[in-house]
Design a protein around this ligand. Structure first.
Ligand SMILES: Nc1ncnc2c1ncn2[C@@H]1O[C@H](COP(=O)(O)OP(=O)(O)OP(=O)(O)O)[C@@H](O)[C@H]1O
Ligand SMILES: [Mg+2]
Length: 323
């Protein structure tokens, strides 16, 4: 095996799942590297959960295969379940167990000693902000149950973690907590497969993203690659009180040495300058400092729209992610 092949943790090979009238997963082939955070981004019904259920050996494919750390999902179920942690879309907890009992139970299934399980459960529950609850987990709020589910998926230090919409239904604070936690996990050597329809989540957390639509991968790359290839440019729209000031700004902008990043400076309406550019925040600051700020008192309004994975999806499919 070559070095590159060596580092492949999951190889999905033309995987299909056809239900009676729906081709839920329709020929997906992806290689995911060890230690990578790989997101599958797609709208409702794209086939994300069906894909996860096949990869975690819960659902038998119609055709195709996937190799998880050397084991086929068709034949290697026993080996695979030992190394994967799964946080499913539908919350799966034992409702008449307390939080730590849920986590300790999963640990015991993986042969972890009672003492170690107890310590790990405590640590994880503290991290997720649900330590200290002594009642049955069926009384927990949806967001707390989801965090408990995450702790259960992680207690045996899986080599691969599947997260199916891990922040769905969480409030912004809990969502941030989970994102931070995922960021921390990335520093360890764990391979993470994240299913999401949240483009901000996919953009901010992923090493690479596959965009899934109607069971097919329609684009694959790093978030930056996808935005550069299929996205729109960043657009800064500046309206000036006076036409003269717009002309000054245009002159200033022409002088800027990084002008190569400009696509066009066009005047859409009177006194409005539409500045489209590629690149990040740094370029925006340069544009403002060198082109606009000396006229700032003359600026009536400013709007900024950043190129996003939403644009990528829209440009590829003609639809929005959340229609
Ligand atoms: N057991 C099943 N029987 C029949 N159709 C199914 C079954 N499971 C899923 N489907 C269909 O397969 C398609 C993909 O569903 P899936 O749940 O994988 O999508 P998803 O991307 O996870 O969506 P969501 O973002 O809503 O969770 C949908 O059209 C769904 O109705
Ligand atoms: Mg789903």
């Amino acid at each position: 095996m070559s070095e590159i092949e060596d580092s492949v943790m999951i190889e999905i090979k033309d995987l299909k799942k056809h239900f009676r009238e729906v081709n839920a997963v329709d020929g997906v082939s992806i290689k995911i590297k060890k230690g990578e955070l790989f997101s599958i981004l797609g709208p409702n019904g794209a086939g994300k959960t069906t894909l996860v259920r096949m990869l975690t050996t819960v659902l038998t494919p119609t055709s195709g295969d996937a190799i998880i750390k050397g084991h086929s999902i068709l034949k290697g179920k026993d080996e695979i379940v030992k190394i994967i942690g799964v946080c499913p879309q539908e919350i799966t907890i034992y409702e008449v167990l307390r939080a730590e009992e849920n986590v300790e139970f999963v640990a015991s299934m993986h042969g972890i000693s009672r003492k170690e399980a107890r310590e790990k459960a405590k640590k994880l529950l503290e991290k997720f902000g649900i330590a200290g609850r002594k009642d049955w987990s069926k009384n927990f709020s949806g967001g707390m149950q989801r965090r408990l589910n995450l702790a259960m998926a992680l207690v045996f230090d899986p080599e691969i973690l599947f997260l199916d919409e891990p922040t769905a239904g969480l409030d912004p604070q809990a969502r941030r907590l989970v994102w931070d936690f995922i960021q921390d996990l990335k520093k360890e050597d764990i391979t993470i497969i994240l299913m999401t329809h949240d483009m901000v989540e996919a953009d901010s957390l992923s090493d690479r993203v596959a965009i899934l639509d109607q069971g097919k991968v329609i684009a694959l790359g790093t978030p930056t690659e996808l935005k550069e290839k299929y996205g729109s440019d960043n657009v800064l729209e500046v309206s000036f009180f006076e036409q003269d000031d717009l002309e000054i700004a245009k002159k200033n902008l022409e002088q800027i040495s990084f002008a190569t990043n400009w696509k066009e400076i066009s005047r859409k309406e009177r006194n409005i300058l539409l500045i489209s550019f590629q690149g990040g925040l740094k370029i925006l600051v340069q544009i403002l400092q060198q082109g606009i700020i000396n006229n700032i008192n003359e600026v009536e309004n400013m709007k900024f729209r950043q190129n996003s994975l939403e644009d990528v999806f829209l440009n590829l499919t003609g639809r929005r992610l959340r229609d």
